[in-house]
Design a protein around this ligand. Sequence first.
Ligand code: ATP
Length: 603
Amino acid sequence: MESDLEFSNIVSVLKLVEATTQRTVMAKALSSLLAKTPPQVIDKVIYFLLGSLRPDWEGVELGLAERLTLRAISMATGLPIRQVEELYKKLGDAGEVAKRAAEIKRSKGGGGTIFDFIDTGPKRRLTISKVYDTLMAIAKASGEGAQDTKVKLLSSLLTDAEPDEAKYITRFVIGRLRLGVADMTILDALSDAFDVNRDLLEKAYHVYPDLGKIAKTLAEGGEEAVKAIKVTPGVPIQPMLAERLSSPKEILNKLGGVAICEFKYDGERMQIHKLKDGTVKIFSRRMEDITNQYPDVAEYAREAIDAEEFIVEGEGVAIDPDTGEFKPFQELMHRKRKHNIKEAIEEYPINLYLFDVMYVNGQDLTDLPLPDRKKVLFSIIKPHEHVHHADWIITDDADSLEKFFLDAISSGCEGVMCKSVKLGSVYEMGARGWLWIKYKRDYKSELSDTMDLVVVGAFWGRGKRAGTYGALLLAAYDPDSDQFYTVCKVGSGFTDEDLKKLPQMLEPYKIPHRHPRVVSKMEPDIWFTPGLVLEITGAEITMSPLHTCCSVMLKGDVGLAIRFPRFTGRYRTDKRPEDATTVKEIFEMYSNQKKVKLTDQVP
Ligand code: ATP
């Protein structure tokens, strides 16, 4: 048993995490669990806690529909399928059904009684390896008869499971573990459990976002082994992010007087990898493998980039085939529907605008300054109808920057990205820093920018909105404390269609109490695990005693809130909750807004 861990240990932690509203309790439970986990299985424990068999970018899916899990529950417990389906109707959660069915089986003497336990002894107790390996076998079953194999494998696992174990295994299978245990939470727990510097782990995570691998490397090889984790084609790296400012002068000042400025295209960010064996993979901003949606772009990259192995980055933009003009971001949504990719490729062609290179033929370029990376990038792009370098200038003049910005806007772009060219202008993985600064059109409208906020609660609607949500409680992210702070209650901007689908979209995130990573003074009618990210605009940012956002910075009992918040209609499914606008950004927007007001008053 020493090289394995009884699954019940994980279940105890899951129960605790599910019940608590305190982040410290959750963090302590996770770190104690990891501290006592044998190195051989620490990766499996972490994948289970995160609710995913492998890191998301590997795209491993169990492929077992909820209906089939009910069949497995019926097989494992001997309850007739009709009874299991009735339980499902009543309880509405396959996990609870699995638990209830196992309890019924136990009450009928069908296993799990005290005698059973003595009979078969500890042999029958599930371990994490048994659970994980079986789930992996379920994911791998393919071809004819795969569904039956999957159901049988699951039912064999559930047969050996205690009621609570059955509940969490089933939730995992249907993708509803959703405990709000995020990558950052695990990094904290690892750093605490192994008493290692968190920055070291975070750095490795930026280079190789696979917490199972990082944990195992740490547990088996110590800090040195973690430091040796390298950029690897085929494994996405955490994208570099930009800060924002609202005037060319400020931007040039911040960047040391001169900058490379590029169009900020309104499409989908693509990190494109070519491996030695010729495979091309495309990863999204949140590092999901989106190659299947863009086989055309993968082919263009293969044709247009002259290197055996590479990692480059660019924006894929939908183009009007008749005019060659850019189409808005929403057009790319047609690519998300899995079935008619071929048609979508014809109807919605895409151009790729490259703006960075991070790796070429065995060499990690992320530590090179931007001008050096650009040289490499220009040297490997061959002329191609659909692949170009992003439109760019290098300038030290605010008027030229403003003119370039207006050009970008009139070409249908969102604005410009201004990038540092100084010696230290490395590719900063996973960081939102001042080496890249975005300057967008909507900076000049009401609020200085839209914000991407996380839904953490909802209030029932009345009148016309009876039966659906009247408003949502939204929060910003604080990476330092790994918590979400509320910043507004938003009820406007939702279409009838939005209102109809929101309860459905949010159903999987529903929890009975405030999530331990949410800091809120408000008490909504429904709480959610932070998951869904929405784009919000508003009139201004004001102080508010009702919200908790930035209350730490304001050092008082007041926080910051968005006045007249409105949903822009954009669901940011390309962002994880941890990619939402941060409290620090909101504080900066608030401070800038104050500055603008003061200068407005100068005669
Ligand atoms: P936003 O919410 O403004 O779209 P974001 O939060 O997704 O931005 P940011 O770092 O704020 O990410 O802005 C950078 C985004 O702009 C990138 O993710 C990328 O998709 C897009 N982009 C378009 N053109 C460029 C460019 N030339 N250089 C870098 N990023 C670009």
